[in-house]
Design a protein. Sequence first.
Length: 318
Amino acid sequence: MAARPHLLQAPPLTGLALSRPRLAVAPGTGTTVIWSCAGSGKTTLLAQWAAELKAAGETIAWIGLPAAGTLHHRLATLTRDAVAAANLPEDTKVQDWWPPEEDRSPEDSPGASGGRLTLLFDDVHHLNDPGDIQWLARLIESRRQHVRIVLTGRHPPELNGARFMCGPEPRAVYRTADLAFTPAETAAFLAARGLHLAPSDVDAIHQRTGGWAAALTLLAGLIPRAATPPPLDFEPGHRAAADYLVTEILDLLPATYFGFLRTLCVADTVTVPIAVRLTQRRDAGRLLDHLEQQTGLLSRSVAGGTPVYVFHPVLLRY
């Protein structure tokens, strides 16, 4: 049975998609990864990269991963179908781009004679089959010399409780904080939607949303084009942002993490000692690191040698 076509096609871009040159795919054949929370714009960014690479004459293959439990093909089959559907050079075949056999290194194996193929994997956090996860790890480790790989997901897939390894160190890594819109990007995002606001209003919106793409999109839809002054926040009782936050992130957390998070959200920032004291959990540091890496609900920085965790402003408001 052939893979569903939409899994092999990048989603269409609208004229509202904002170009952000600071977020670029790794040059050459380096690996690029995006680990970012729901609604941060990672699929849109991946689709933009796909369009840019195609416009530059490169060959791309899109592999979209459906929700866990609904992938009816092995990842290797889905990837092969994506490569077959790509516009490969006339003098090459699918196997020219395929990983070499176990006993051969990429340098010793024949490959495509020219050009470059970029494999774009979207939503790899959905992978839960050990065979698929191991195959992807091997693909990254033993890919052909002219193959570049880009991965996106809310977090790396896990194999028997161990973190997925991306082979050699990725050339470019982007996380939730990197995908957050800057104040200048927020102004451009709003202007593209016909909202030309004063710099102070843009700054207020940026502070309230934390540059989170989903929150910006929802809030932009609430601002009348001729409002004076414009609403700079979600009205009390407006459930759009809260519903998205709960459905896409909080509902997916184990009860342990959810209760831990509720206890800590009395402050904008916490350190591990404070978290231990508030929650009475000696493993608070491990839970904080997990939430930072898996959800994007908080970011980690180091001040004076001490890790400090800052909660996302949208989470604090709801």
